[in-house]
Design a protein around this ligand. Sequence first.
Ligand SMILES: [Zn+2]
Length: 239
Amino acid sequence: MTLDGKRRELDKIASVAGFRPEDAYFIRGEFKIEIDTPEGKSTLYTDEGLNYCCDCASDLVAKARIHTVDAAGDDEKAREAVTEDFDDNHRVVFTQLHSEDGSMQCEECHKTLDYALNDIGFFAELDHYESLEFGEKLLPGDAYAIARLLDAVDQVQEDDQDQEDTNDDDEEDLVSELADLDMEDEYDRERAEEIEQELAVLRAAEPKVRNPTAEERVIAVAERALKLTREHSPAVPSL
Ligand SMILES: [Zn+2]
């Protein structure tokens, strides 16, 4: 199965189980309003770094609006002015979540929000799922999160790759320097001997155990998750 096939299967497991992430929204214009509730003092707070599902963002703005307008007193003109000012400065806005350090939840109700991972988020989630015991059954939220890892793997920058390239470059540089040396020249002959020794050391070195690439690691996680799901899917009764 291709990488994309795995992603689709995992997304399907999540959606068939009723797991659907919410679109993410933020509230433009901050507020911090102290309110009295039957349970005591409370604070209506938001800033533009916080994300919500649409319902929670709208509810929070509506509550803040009521309290702000009430604070203006009974004068109708004053109330109108405050209402207008509040509406001008606070708005529920759709968030494009395309570079996240991890999965995203609504600040109020904690529902999962639709998101895409950046490099930091990718490796944090990958480490998490590599060490996670899935238990009896794959949870739909985990299926969705692993599908997001598969989404991100193509864009991830790996440090390991740079290291391997550097070692190969060393050998290539030495070989090409050797080819350019003049064996009639005493200094070049000495340099050639040095290079031969350096190359011998490089080539004799134990081949490094290659670390699995990010893609191999994600595929291993996805296959473990999918295998679990297949094992626990209800078998077709044989007649
Ligand atoms: Zn919510």
